[in-house]
Write a protein that binds this ligand. Sequence first.
Ligand SMILES: C[S@@+](CC[C@H](N)C(=O)[O-])C[C@H]1O[C@@H](n2cnc3c(N)ncnc32)[C@H](O)[C@@H]1O
Length: 255
Amino acid sequence: MSQKTTWEEFFDAHAPIYDENVFTKNTAAEVAFLLEELRLPRGGSVLDIGCGTGRHAIELARRGYRVTGLDLSSEMMARAAAAAKAAKVRVEWVRADAARFTLPEPYDGAICLCEGAFGLLGREDDPLEQPLSILRNISRSLKPGARAVLTVLNGTAALRRHQNRDMTEGRFDPLTLVESSAHPPREGLPPIPVRERSFVPTELVLLCRLAGLSVLNLWGGTAGNWGRRPLDLDEMEIMVVAERAVEAPGSHPEG
Ligand SMILES: C[S@@+](CC[C@H](N)C(=O)[O-])C[C@H]1O[C@@H](n2cnc3c(N)ncnc32)[C@H](O)[C@@H]1O
């Protein structure tokens, strides 16, 4: 990776204040929820994609699981590694793009939370291909029958929130559900232009299916308010619980 992608640039600069975000304050309860959904074997292995500062990875390691945290931002990962050391737990850290990685061993479960890569488009990323590549990589990283939990931006909320002028003025593309905006990564720094992609439930089911994952549940997944409840149309995030299909002999997910 030579030139930094927009999100790498953003999170490298945002890293020092990431853990101050209110949505990061519910980690222990989130991990308890994840463990009920992932159904890991005792001491099983978990891949955390877009692990950020490692809050879920470290809490899982504290509870006795073998964890790999993968992220694009070296600054987020540096903080994750320091936090793991302070917590006296071992986590394997891998710096990679979620759309372009391969790891040697399959995992008992995977998580990709708070738009950990999924829905965060780089400058050149195709809005359909990039998320599909991430799902294929998640699928390939799982043992057959193993589960993944993702929280992703909700396309129904994006469609209801935007006006036609957002489309004509280039802030929202209703065809791809891509929102373009610019945010300073922290106070005093210039804004960085970024692209974020939301997803409607039907395409999530289809994209997962193309990647060899069966969707078991789509629930309300807004940070700080996860629940096994039907999706609210205006809810910010959707939670996807999916299972790696047990392949028939000789068959593989496309790609
Ligand atoms: C909003 S943070 C979420 C972090 C963590 N999952 C959490 O719940 O706190 C998004 C993370 O995704 C990472 N990320 C963005 N695009 C990525 C990509 N293509 N591959 C890997 N990581 C990526 C960012 O560096 C950032 O650490």
